[in-house]
Design a protein around this ligand. Structure first.
Ligand code: SF4
Length: 375
């Protein structure tokens, strides 16, 4: 971003962003659907805001390109972030209905047999850590990718609209610059989904610009962005962005991730929940205690099977034994403690469907153990 760009009033620069989005919407890119990745964080809120505002100024006869505003629920999202996302999604849906805009507000979730609880408590996957981060792909990347792929199959191609910014992080900047611009258009090829393109309308905005926009303009779906400011203030910072691929997951499971899953054992300390507790929301204490306990039992050999799920004893190159999944007893203990935390917290942390699936996994693993013992 040049000095001249940053010196100009935000109103002028914001009008340019909205115009850019409008021009792109009306461009002849075959009217491929737009899929706006919406995490509820500051960057994706600004993008959704720009898309909504641009679309409202397009004459109804030219609104032929469908737009999807899609958020992902990992089913272990920080409850305060989820409540904010639910509220804003409902506001957007209400405004879409009133204005008859061609926007679908959608929510993706992991497959029922791939949720955090089914894999951890049902199948005994050890709590994720940096070396074995099995969660990002299953909880975040796959649900969003499936939604994009479905649209690509239906329409031949799809454009994913993202709130990625160059100044966000060096790692993200590299990702932004890595993929070739498609033949001089504003679209970049998606790194892993054939037929999908990426449009980054706020790539040159700074973090200050984003906050200034959110503070200066009312949300086009009604109300202001005030609650978002409060959420960030309480959580003290960053966000877990929309994650499309592993190299685009800088905030996920790192010390910068303040709006990640409340169960995240990849981070040393959960900063978002701690931030909320520090700002007076003590109801989250049982969740923090449960997460900390989950971290503490990860490498406890008494809670892990000696053999892996494939029935084999495994050693690393140095000859050190690598333990298998959590034992059935440990999984039962995790479920009991989770249900106790849920009772204390007063809101559902695990669904009934997940509990049913967990019991089915246990039954299957017990049968397998019996088979191995009798072999
Ligand atoms: S926030 Fe943590 S638990 Fe959630 S997907 Fe990312 S690394 Fe995994």
């Amino acid at each position: 971003m040049t000095a001249e760009q940053t010196d100009r009033p935000i109103q002028e620069r914001w009008a340019e962003v909205v115009q850019h989005v409008k021009d792109e919407y009306l461009s002849d890119a075959q009217r491929w659907p737009w899929i706006v990745g919406f995490s509820g964080g500051k960057d994706s809120t600004v993008v959704a805001h720009a898309v909504f505002e641009a679309l409202a100024t397009v004459p109804p006869s030219q609104r032929s390109r469908p737009v999807h505003i899609v958020s992902n629920d990992t089913m272990v999202e920080s409850p305060l972030v989820m409540a904010h996302l639910d509220e804003v999604s409902a506001q957007i849906q209400g405004a879409v209905d009133n204005l008859s805009l061609p926007i679908t507000v959608a929510r993706t979730r992991p497959d029922p047999d791939k949720t955090f609880w089914v894999l951890l408590i049902g199948k005994g996957y050890p709590s994720p850590n940096q070396q074995m981060r099995w969660c990002t792909d299953r909880l975040k990347i796959q649900p969003t990718s499936t939604y994009i792929r479905d649209n690509v199959s239906k329409h031949g191609a799809a454009v994913v609209v993202l709130g990625v910014r160059r100044t966000e992080s060096i790692r993200r900047m590299r990702t932004v610059d890595k993929y070739e611009n498609d033949r001089g258009t504003n679209l970049n090829l998606h790194s892993s989904i054939t037929g999908a393109y990426i449009f980054r309308p706020i790539v040159d905005l700074t973090t200050d610009d984003v906050w200034e926009i959110l503070g200066s303009f009312h949300a086009p779906w009604g109300g202001s962005h005030k609650k978002l400011f409060q959420l960030y203030r309480d959580a003290e910072g960053g966000e877990c962005p929309v994650v499309l691929s592993k190299d685009e997951a800088p905030g996920c499971g790192t010390k910068n991730s303040r709006f990640g899953c409340w169960t995240c054992t990849v981070v040393e300390k959960d900063k978002s929940l701690q931030g909320f507790v520090d700002s007076g929301q003590h109801a989250y204490k049982p969740l923090i205690a449960f997460r900390d306990w989950l971290v503490s039992i990860r490498n406890d050999k008494t809670k892990r099977s000696a053999i892996r799920r494939n029935g084999r004893l495994t050693f690393d190159v140095s000859g050190k034994h690598i333990p298998g999944p959590f034992t059935i007893q440990a999984r039962q203990e995790i479920l009991e403690r989770l249900l106790a935390a849920q009772a204390e917290f007063g809101t559902k942390l695990i669904t009934d469907e997940e509990i049913d699936l967990i019991h089915k996994c246990w039954a299957m693993d017990l049968q397998q153990e019996e088979r191995l013992a009798n072999a």
